[in-house]
Design a protein around this ligand. Structure first.
Ligand code: IMP
Ligand code: MG
Length: 411
């Protein structure tokens, strides 16, 4: 519902237990999901979080795959995986990573603060019709033919435009990626076909988004966005299925807001206030380790996110992090471009200059160990949550008050 890192991993793990399938539909290893089970903490970038529950997990056509990262994640996980990869999914090549980093450097046009994983250049090649698909990765002949066409151009851009040196050759890529293709070949399968059939036979399928609403390539704070469609609608295109049979869209939101990378963030906090919240919430990127920017919860953000995602309910995470604050602020409206608004501005320049109208709530301090049901929350928490629900016209169905599976309260 915000800029990602809202605790989707934990929420997916929870609902994954009751699902037959867990499916990823967009993004790549720019994502980082953390799932804690007892002593064990799993951190995934590409594998759907449902692997922890032993579910059949799918990587849909809309996902882009760095095969080095996926192969390592599969090895590190250890146990046998029930995994299917759609042959249409695109592959992040070494030159995509190089071009992402070079584009973020001095010679690039706009600095986005990307994760440096090659995401933008890979999706750009997909749109430009010069990408490498999973079906080509697993066939050395096809991979070689594709590289013959594409590699000279990529090398020329690296060497001539950026005046950099490439740490790879066509031959080194063919050898390494050919081997990775062989390793990943057993997971080849038509995810679109399988999921359409599963939905038609009333199987339970959980679609796990990555990144966040305001990083969506069209509906986020462009150009400070990612290159895919994290919004719920992205699932239809990213899996290859019709717009039917979806009965629930759960919007995951943190009880405050964070953002990594550049771009507008109207309720951002600075100085000591931000340092304290960042430390309490351990707000450092799972993928890059960067300190996250932190700020208050923002109803303009959530209202727009509920509408565009069609969220039927909300899971609110990390509420315990707000414990002990004297006052809690909630953004209720903006003044943007000379007007009061309750929507997130379309123009990124307007959003960057927006001033926020806040409502203040008294702080609270509950002991997570003593909260077993929603009735156990102090009155201040109940009032705060009720105000959010009323403002959004959407029910909060789950609250997370700690990283553990058990620290999850159904409302
Ligand atoms: P890219 O996706 O690496 O191209 O990065 C584009 C923007 O999206 C940057 O601001 C990143 O920090 C941000 N971003 C990408 N993936 C995630 C994520 O999983 N969580 C939070 N921010 C992300
Ligand atoms: Mg994350």
């Amino acid at each position: 519902m915000q800029w990602g890192d809202e605790g989707k991993g934990k929420v997916t793990d929870y609902f994954g237990e009751k699902s037959d399938y867990v499916v990823r539909y967009q993004g790549g290893n720019n994502a980082g999901h953390t799932v804690a089970v007892g002593e064990k903490v799993f951190k995934f970038h590409l594998l759907p979080s449902g692997v922890v529950q032993g579910k059949r997990c799918c990587i849909g056509a809309g996902v882009i795959i760095d095969p080095r990262v996926l192969a390592k994640e599969i090895d590190d996980f250890g146990t046998k995986l029930d995994l299917v990869i759609d042959p249409r999914a695109h592959i992040i090549m070494p030159y995509h990573v190089a071009l992402d980093l070079l584009g973020e450097g001095k010679k690039g046009e706009v600095k986005i603060g990307t994760t440096g994983r090659g995401i933008g250049p890979c999706y750009a090649d997909r749109a430009a019709r010069i990408g490498v698909r999973f079906e080509e990765l697993i066939d050395k002949q096809k991979l070689s033919e594709k590289l013959d066409k594409v590699f000279p151009l990529k090398l020329a851009i690296i060497e001539k435009v950026y005046e950099a040196q490439a740490p790879f050759t066509k031959e080194s890529i063919l050898e390494e990626y050919g081997a990775l293709g062989e390793k990943l070949k057993p997971y080849f399968g038509d995810v679109s076909l399988e999921i359409c059939k599963a939905l038609d036979s009333n199987k339970k399928v959980l679609f796990e988004g990555a990144q966040g609403m305001f990083l969506d390539n069209d509906f986020g704070t462009y150009p400070f966005v990612t290159s895919s469609h994290p919004i719920a609608g992205g699932a239809f295109v990213g899996v290859g299925m019709g717009i039917k049979n979806i009965n629930k869209i759960i919007g995951v939101s943190k009880a405050y807001t964070t953002r990594v990378g550049d771009g507008p963030f109207p309720t951002e906090l600075f100085g000591k206030e931000s340092d304290d919240l960042r430390a309490k919430g351990n707000e450092f990127g799972t993928t890059t380790g960067r300190p996250r920017r932190v700020g208050w919860l923002d109803l303009n953000v959530l209202r727009t996110a509920v509408r565009i995602n069609g969220a039927s309910e909300i899971a609110l995470t990390k509420l315990d992090v707000l414990n002990g604050l004297l006052k809690i602020k909630l953004g209720v409206a903006y003044n943007a471009n000379g007007k009061r608004t309750e929507e997130f501005p379309i123009s990124t320049a307007d959003a960057a200059k927006a001033t926020v109208e806040y409502k203040e709530f008294p702080g609270f301090n509950f002991d997570p160990a003593k909260i077993k049901s929603k009735n156990d929350f102090p009155k201040e928490v109940k009032d705060y949550l009720a105000f959010i629900e009323r403002s959004l016209g959407t029910k909060i169905i789950m609250i997370s008050i700690g990283p553990e599976r058990t620290q999850t309260i159904l409302m």
